[in-house]
Each structure stands twice: as C-alpha cells, then as structure tokens.
Write a protein that binds this ligand. Structure first.
Ligand SMILES: NC(=O)c1ccc[n+]([C@@H]2O[C@H](COP(=O)([O-])OP(=O)(O)OC[C@H]3O[C@@H](n4cnc5c(N)ncnc54)[C@H](O)[C@@H]3O)[C@@H](O)[C@H]2O)c1
Length: 346
C-alpha cells in the first residue's frame, strides 16, 4: 500500500524532504502547500506534483492525506500539527518541535486524541556515523560510557539559505542544539541535570551562536555538548558532529571526515563511516541528506505498523525541555534539574 502524503512548507530544507520521499518506497507526496504560492508551485514543478495549495486546511480537506509532513518554521507548528490530526493524518513535524512545552504537549495530546503517530523530524539520530557509534557502544566496545564530548563547530554560511536564523532570539540551542541534545539521548539515555553558557559572536545577529552545556546523565556519565556557528577551521567541518566517548575499556571517537576510531588494548582501529552522496545530494550536505531519506523510510515502516516513531513527539518533549533549560541556566548561572524543570513548565 502507498501512503499518500501532503507536504506543508516549501522553503529551504523541504527539497531534501521531497527528494527523500521520491526515493521512499511505500509513500508518495500527492500535494504541496505553502503560504507563498510561487514556492509551492516551484516545488510541484520540480517533483511533478499534481496539486498545489496555499491554505493547509483546504489542502487537508480536499486531499485527505494519510500523512502530513510539516516543514515550516516553528511559529506555525502547533496550528498545522493540530489541523493535520483533526483531519486524521499521521504527522511529522520539523524541529524545533515547539517554542514552549505547552505547545509541544498540546501537539502530543492532539496525536493521542486522533490515535495517529506524531514524529519529530530529528534526523541526526538517522545519520549513519551516529548509528555506527551507537552500535559500537551497544556492542560494549568500551564498556559503560563515563564521559562524552559532542561538538558541532563551523563557520558555514547558514544565513545565506536560512536568513531567519540571524533574526531569531533563540538560535544555536533551538537550531543545532536540539539535534545535539537528541543525540545525547540517542546515545546515552536521559539527562538528569544541565548547565549552560551561551555567546553571541557574529555581529548583527539577534541570538546566541555559541553554547557549551555540561550534563550529568541519569546513568552517572558526564557529557559536554558544544556548538558554534562562528569557529574558523580549514577545511570547514560543517555539518559534521564530532563525538568522543570514554569508557573503562576504551575510547570511541568520531572525527572529521567521518572516521570512527576505537582506541582499545593498545591498538587503534579506524574505519570510515561516511554515508554515500544520494544521487540528488551534494557535499557537504550528504550525511544530512542521507539521514533525511533514512528517517522517511522509517516513517513508512511506522505507517505500515512495523516500528514505533523515532523520535515521537512524546519522546521529544524532554529534548525540548533540555534546550529551554539551557536558556534558563545561561540566564541564571544555575544547574537545572531537568525533571523538575519540565514539571514546573506545566
Ligand atoms: N533537520 C534539519 O537538519 C533541518 C535543516 C534545516 C532546517 N530545518 C528546519 O526546517 C524548518 C523549515 O526551515 P527552512 O529553512 O526550510 O524554512 P523556510 O523559511 O525556508 O521555509 C518555510 C516555508 O514554510 C512556509 N510556511 C510558513 N507557515 C506556513 C503555513 N501556515 N502554511 C503553509 N506554509 C507555511 C513559508 O512560506 C516558507 O516557504 C525549520 O523549523 C528549520 O529549523 C531542519
């Protein structure tokens, strides 16, 4: 059976969604929607889509899709996700899931009321290098992780494709930060508490473009997460996530150029975990593009009843709480206990 999908939001990143759907067996995008008709039409022309809408409610009413892929920016997410569920569609929401936990919880509730799955488009956990690292940890390569450093630093001009990033007051933590916090949970489970410092370095932007967070995991492990959009390095490593994990029996590190190293028993084993470049993709975006396609194949398996959403909206509540708690920590200088923070935010 082919699941019929509606894409809402035909901006900068949505082309990757559409390319991924075109490759995904078992799903077909049957209509696209954008407030800006010229963007919707351009996307329809590029991918041979028959129906174009500028109003999401009209699109849902006429098309009755099995699933909706929301690829808009965060201010529209709650309204669109609730609309999609009101029309009985399984729903995918791009990150950031929401600006507040109240909005995020309302979307989770709407999915439960509709009895349909809600996914958050957290594609980093679908990147092949991160899956290889997770598998090595799960196989016990280094024993139980005690320390990890997760780092995403670059000076790629993200503002060229996404000019709104220069204008948002909450930038790095709500953009790549959310991905990195999801990676923490993917690799090491839930965090107990968090401390964070932020910096705004690039002249003229409204939000923070650097942060350093330190986390204590419920497992007892200590994790640092750092991110910068204003770091000079040649060649620029964007959009790679560098990760070092230390355990009692060894160290795993994911280094520039997608090499996964295992330091153990006096030996260094290195292997390439670089994803291929999709036929429609290009470097340096290929790891991201490959992960979008992998995530969408997973969505089809969920719609077929074979898997549970990774991650679901309900799972993503705690990830969003981490980013919001990081802002609180940066403002107050305090270490934030995450369960209590999420409880207070009710
Ligand atoms: N997962 C990733 O790796 C990744 C990468 C880039 C962007 N993103 C996320 O994807 C989302 C979109 O980012 P972008 O850079 O493509 O944004 P964008 O501004 O280029 O595109 C968003 C589009 O949504 C449309 N839109 C807004 N509200 C709408 C509504 N109510 N109905 C129909 N259309 C509406 C806008 O007109 C615009 O064309 C953001 O939340 C961003 O954080 C994720």
């Amino acid at each position: 059976m082919t699941h019929r999908g509606l894409l809402i939001g035909c901006g900068f990143f949505a082309g990757n969604h559409m390319n991924g759907w075109a490759d995904a067996e078992g799903a077909e995008i049957v209509a696209v929607c954008d407030l800006d008709e010229s963007k919707a039409q351009a996307m329809a022309d590029r991918f041979g889509i028959g129906r174009v809408f500028t109003d999401a409610e009209q699109a849902l009413g006429e098309m009755r899709p099995d699933f909706v892929d929301v690829a808009t920016t965060v201010p529209s997410h709650r309204k669109l996700v609730e609309l999609a569920f009101a029309h009985g569609a399984a729903t995918i929401c791009q990150k950031p899931f929401a600006e507040t936990l109240t909005d995020a919880r309302a979307m989770v509730q709407a999915g439960e009321d509709a009895g349909k799955p809600l996914f958050v488009h957290e594609n980093f956990r679908w990147e092949l290098p991160l899956i290889a690292l997770r598998d090595a940890l799960a196989e016990g390569a280094i024993g139980d992780p005690a320390f990890a450093r997760i780092s995403f630093r670059h000076r790629y001009d993200v503002y060229a494709g996404q000019p709104y990033l220069a204008e948002v007051e909450q930038f790095a933590l709500m953009d790549v930060g959310l991905h990195l916090f999801d990676v923490v949970r993917f690799l090491f489970g839930d965090s107990a508490d968090l401390h964070c410092r932020t910096q705004s370095m690039k002249p003229g932007i409204a939000g923070e473009d650097m942060f350093l967070a330190t986390l204590r995991q419920k497992s007892g492990a200590v994790v640092s997460v750092d991110c910068s959009f204003y770091s000079v390095e040649v060649p620029d490593p964007f959009p790679q996530t560098m990760i070092r994990v230390e355990g009692p029996e060894g160290t795993l590190d994911l280094t520039a150029g997608y090499t996964l190293n295992l330091h153990k028993d006096g030996k260094l084993d290195s292997r390439s975990v670089e994803p291929g470049v999709p036929v429609w993709g290009e470097k340096p975006w290929h790891a991201v593009q490959d992960s979008v396609a992998a995530f969408e194949r997973h969505v089809v398996r969920v719609l077929d009843g074979k898997e549970d959403p990774q991650p679901s909206g309900a799972h993503n509540l705690a990830t969003l709480a981490m980013a919001l708690a990081a802002y609180r920590s940066a403002e107050t200088g305090e270490t934030i206990v995450l369960d209590a923070f999420a409880e207070q935010a009710r």
